[in-house]
Design a protein around this ligand. Sequence first.
Ligand SMILES: Cc1ncc(COP(=O)(O)O)c(C=O)c1O
Length: 496
Amino acid sequence: MTQSALSIQELTVRAGDALQIALQELDRTGSGFLVVVDATGKLVGVVTDGDIRRALLRGIAIGEPVSAAMQENYKALSIDAAPEAINAALDTKITFIPLIDAVGRPVDYASVNRHRRYPVMEPVLDGNEMEYVQECIRTGWISSQGRFVALFESMLAKFHDVPHALAVSNGTVALHLALVSLGIGPGDEVIVPDLTFAATANVVIYTGAKPVFVDADPQSWNMDPEKVEAAITPRTKALMPVHLYGNPCDMDALCAIARRHGLKLVEDAAESLGASWKGKFTGAFGDAGCFSFFGNKTLTTGEGGVILFKDAALYERARMLRDHGMSKQKRYWHLDIGYNYRLTNLQAAVGVAQMERVEHILERKRAVARHYCEILAGTRGITLPPAHPDADPIFWLFTILIDPNIGITRDELAERLLRNGIETRPVFFPMHEMPPYQQYCAEAVFPVSKSLSRMGLSLPSAATLTNSDIENVVANIKAILDVRQMAEVARITLDS
Ligand SMILES: Cc1ncc(COP(=O)(O)O)c(C=O)c1O
């Protein structure tokens, strides 16, 4: 979704306009600032939501003119100023500069947000990615044979301290292949969370088994272990927990349930590479642990996936099924109806370069989440992501909850942030609400996943974000929430 930046006209008020008009414009545009002009259209000041708040606190009434609250000596530059001069003038304090014509009329503006877009995620590709991909092309090893596939697999196995890793074409087929290798099929049931990406449930349906959806736990946002146990029937064959947005599930509880009921455990760790529960990485607990290396993931191969296995026989079966079910000993002799789920050497080359930088990338991800937590803590209307003493999350996407009673909806906040160049992402829709999955849900109710889905918003989370980027994102959120609260107060004051 893209949206053009706001024009200077949309950001202009007259010095004689009432403060209430300025507040409404600040609220409508979500810009955090407005330029103020006199009757002839000349720039006479700027006004921010902070200026209005301070004016109200000084006792200035909401019906008084904007000139009573504006900053008169605000820096402006000529529309002809060199881009370098404009860039040099913008910083974390001065995030907006009006650009004026020869007679002093504002004709455009420069802002930090206009110069920088904040995507929800972007890959970090500043290691050996280019060199290794070039090697594939130079040597002709561009398909699924070549040194990088095995190397990528061994790096992942070593990192997770498991004996086997199998590279596949994406995270979805990783999950599918894990289920098929475990013998899951028609007549079986697999327990999955209601709040997840659709692939988790789709792969169960591909096998002919039935997905059984379980509501989220309000603390962890992951599937609730108590409700998992209640959903087990004689047909249940496997649990497939998802470490949502990189926050580990309670693996003590889930492993104990799987053991008690003799169930297989397939971890959907697509979003949680690098996250751990009691010091053990997610993906390393189950019979199989599945990862995605899609372009928006913490580590990427463009498209790609990996399955971790502890059991050698299971790994060998998955490997055979990945390669069309072909015998390892006898070429073109097929032992089963398999698939082509292979990863290419080109993709694995990117993956190897990513794995070389894994510690650095994970440390950056942790730092991003830490800084968000520090500066968002205590903000009225915002709930920070889950924190459990036994969990070390990686927050693939740093996701917050927006209180629906704060005066602005989650979607309105997202729209206003986007106008300022800040992309966000709503939390997944609960599976039970979407038509293809309703047939599997019968009368089950999912109040927690439903409310998390309505309130959750993922913020820019890339490892490339600097502290000042994060401060800018948070300043925008706070300004939008503040101005909405002030507009609400002004409306009540004027109405009464
Ligand atoms: C929880 C979850 N499971 C599975 C997948 C599927 O991974 P891929 O997109 O690599 O097929 C994703 C991907 O985004 C995911 O978030």
